[in-house]
Design a protein around this ligand. Structure first.
Ligand code: PXP
Length: 260
C-alpha cells in the first residue's frame, strides 16, 4: 500500500506570519483521523520558523493515541534529538538544515558524516524509533545509509519536481527537449535508487515538491512505502476550502444584519 504522510509545517508557517493561534496544526491533524491518510510529518527546525516546541508537544500527545503515524523531521542536532526522544514519533527523518534556505535544499551527505551519524542515531534506534535519511537518489549515499544503520531512506525528489515544473514552463521546442532529457535522467536515477535501496534492505520513502501534476509519474515507481507531502497539499486545501470559508463569514455578517 502506498502511504500518504501529510506534512503540516506550512499550517504553522501561516500561523507564525501573524504570531497568533490559527491555523492550528493539531486542529487540522484531527480532521485527518478518519481519512485514508496514513500519517503526519513535521519538521522542528532549529530556527523554529514554523513548527514550535508546543506544536510538537501537542502533536506528540495526540498522535501517541491515534491510528496516524508520526514522522519527525530533524537536523542531526543533539538538542533536537533530545526533543525527538520525548515524542511519540515512530520515525525520525534526518535532514540537512541551513538557516538561509527557503526549504530543505539537497539531501543529507551521509558519506561525509558517516561516523557522526552512526553515533547520532544510536539513541534513536535504542528508543525503538525508526531512522530515515533524506538523501539524493545517489547509490553511494544509499550504501552508506545502510552501513550507518538507517532503516529507511527518503529520496529527495526536489530535482525531479523542479525539472518537471521547468519542463512544463518551457516555451521553445529546444528548451522543452533539453528539460525532457534531464527529467528522464533524473527519473531513472530515482527508479534505480529505489531498486538499489531495496536490495540493501532499506525501506524507501519519497518527498519534496510533490504536486498533483508530478505525483502520477513518481507513484508509478514500485516498492515505495511513504510519500511525505506538505506545501502542495496545504495549497490545495486552501483552494478547496475558500468557498466554504467565505460562506461562513457571509452567514455571520447576514445573521448580524437580520438581528439588527
Ligand atoms: N520530506 C522532507 C524530508 C522535507 O524536508 C520536506 C520539506 O519540509 C518534505 C518532505 C515535504 O516537501 P513539500 O512541502 O515540498 O511537499
Amino acid at each position: 500500500m502506498k502511504e500518504l504522510y501529510v506534512n503540516v509545517d506550512h499550517i504553522a508557517t501561516l500561523r507564525e506570519a501573524r504570531k497568533t493561534f490559527e491555523p492550528s496544526p493539531l486542529a487540522l491533524v484531527k480532521l485527518l483521523e478518519d481519512t485514508a491518510v496514513a500519517g503526519i510529518t513535521t519538521h522542528l527546525r532549529e530556527d523554529r520558523r514554523h513548527i514550535q516546541d508546543y506544536d510538537i508537544y501537542e502533536l506528540s500527545q495526540y498522535l501517541g493515541n491515534s491510528r496516524l503515524g508520526f514522522a519527525f523531521e530533524m537536523a542531526a542536532s543533539k538538542d533536537i534529538r533530545a526533543i525527538a526522544l520525548r515524542t511519540s514519533a515512530d520515525i525520525c527523518t534526518i535532514v540537512p538544515e541551513n538557516r538561509n534556505e527557503v526549504t530543505t535544499e539537497g539531501g543529507l551527505d551521509v558519506i561525509a558524516q558517516a561516523e557522526y551519524l552512526k553515533e547520532f542515531i544510536k539513541p534513536i534506534l535504542d528508543s525503538g524509533k525508526k531512522v530515515s535519511f533524506f538523501i539524493e537518489p545517489a547509490l553511494d549515499q544509499i550504501v552508506m545509509a545502510q552501513s550507518v544503520g538507517a532503516n529507511y531512506i527518503e529520496i529527495h525528489t526536489g530535482r525531479f519536481t523542479n525539472l518537471h515544473k521547468f519542463h512544463s514552463l518551457r516555451t521553445s521546442d529546444v528548451e522543452r527537449d533539453a528539460a525532457a532529457n534531464l527529467l528522464k535522467i533524473e527519473y531513472e536515477h530515482i527508479k534505480q535508487a529505489v531498486i538499489y535501496a531495496r536490495g540493501h534492505h532499506l525501506k524507501v520513502n519519497m518527498g519534496h515538491g510533490l504536486t498533483l501534476d508530478n505525483l502520477p509519474d513518481i507513484a508509478k515507481i514500485d516498492n515505495v512505502d511513504q510519500y511525505h507531502i506538505g506545501h502542495s497539499i496545504i495549497s490545495t486545501a486552501l483552494i478547496h476550502g475558500i468557498k466554504n470559508a467565505s460562506a461562513e463569514f457571509i452567514n455571520t455578517l447576514n445573521k448580524v444584519a437580520q438581528e439588527a
